[in-house]
Design a protein around this ligand. Structure first.
Ligand SMILES: C[S@@+](CC[C@H](N)C(=O)[O-])C[C@H]1O[C@@H](n2cnc3c(N)ncnc32)[C@H](O)[C@@H]1O
Length: 266
């Protein structure tokens, strides 16, 4: 994984102020921009100087984030809101896209893996490594809009596909997109993996120790865990596959997994 550049490898941690959780940092940054804008406007009169100072602050705060998508969100929040509030729309109109985002991504989802879809052909090499019987149970844990399910179906047209998704909005869309799969709404960590022949994950690096513990606790010998882009910590993969996309697959046989060594004392 370390030698493999990918778009999500930077979804690790906020480089500054690690005790703050996303999206609190984004909200605080946007608020700081507005307070600065109001302060400079009050002192020197409203106009572009106040906007430039506040914009500069927003860019500085955005630079504190390691992840490009978080940098973009922090940097874009203030200018977008300013643009909208300066137009013919009412000032609160900028809350509409925020509300849509919150519905699509409930607060908890923001601190978990954001929505990045699996390319539909990314899993087509899997059957050469994992032969699954017909009607085997395959789970996309955190199925988003259903793209991972589509990719799994292309690889294994005869298996029974399951998905679970935390966001109600994404869950609904995945259900509509994938009527051939059983898509439930809920927390992937609360759902049992005991009946699954293969669990597919496209989550975050931070999620992988938890995925290892869950697989060890719940999955049986002869079953499989497959992760797009993010390896299980301290484990030797049964196979690592290039996908023909910018992503790489890490394939694990459950009987090969070992508990992660304890972390050294801080
Ligand atoms: C990177 S996307 C991958 C989507 C899909 N698996 C795919 O490959 O196309 C991760 C998804 O996992 C969902 N997710 C993150 N944490 C979750 C949790 N604890 N329970 C259920 N879904 C979760 C997110 O809402 C997001 O839709």
């Amino acid at each position: 994984m370390n030698d493999h550049p990918d778009p999500l490898s930077s979804m690790t941690s906020v480089s500054a102020a690690p005790t703050w959780r996303w999206p609190a940092l984004a909200l605080a940054s946007w608020a700081a921009c507005w307070i600065t804008y109001a302060g400079v406007s009050h002192a020197f009169g409203p106009g572009w100087p106040a906007a430039v100072v506040a914009l500069g602050l927003g860019l500085m705060l955005a630079g504190l984030h390691a992840q490009p998508w978080r940098r973009a969100m922090v940097a874009a929040g203030f200018p977008l809101a300013l643009l909208v509030s300066g137009a013919a729309l009412p000032g609160w109109a900028w809350l509409i896209p925020l509300a849509v985002l919150l519905v699509a991504y409930p607060r908890r989802g923001w601190s978990d893996a954001p929505l990045f879809p699996t390319p539909h052909d990314a899993l087509k090499g899997l059957p050469a490594v994992i032969a699954l019987r017909e009607q085997a149970h395959v789970l996309d844990a955190g199925c988003g809009l259903g793209d991972g399910l589509v990719a799994l179906r292309r690889a294994y047209p005869a298996v029974r596909l399951h998905g679970i998704e935390y966001s109600p909005f994404l869950w609904l869309l995945a259900r509509l997109r994938c009527p051939w799969a059983t898509v439930s709404r809920g927390d992937l960590w609360a759902q049992s993996w005991r009946e699954m022949d293969l669990v597919y994950l496209f989550q975050r690096p931070e999620s992988m120790p938890r995925a290892l513990d869950k697989a060890l606790a719940e999955m049986h010998t002869g079953r499989w865990l497959v992760s797009l882009d993010f390896p299980l910590p301290g484990q030797t993969a049964h196979a690592q596959l290039e996908t023909g996309t910018r992503h790489r697959l890490h394939v694990y046989r459950i009987e090969d997994l070992r508990p992660a060594p304890p972390l050294p004392p801080a």
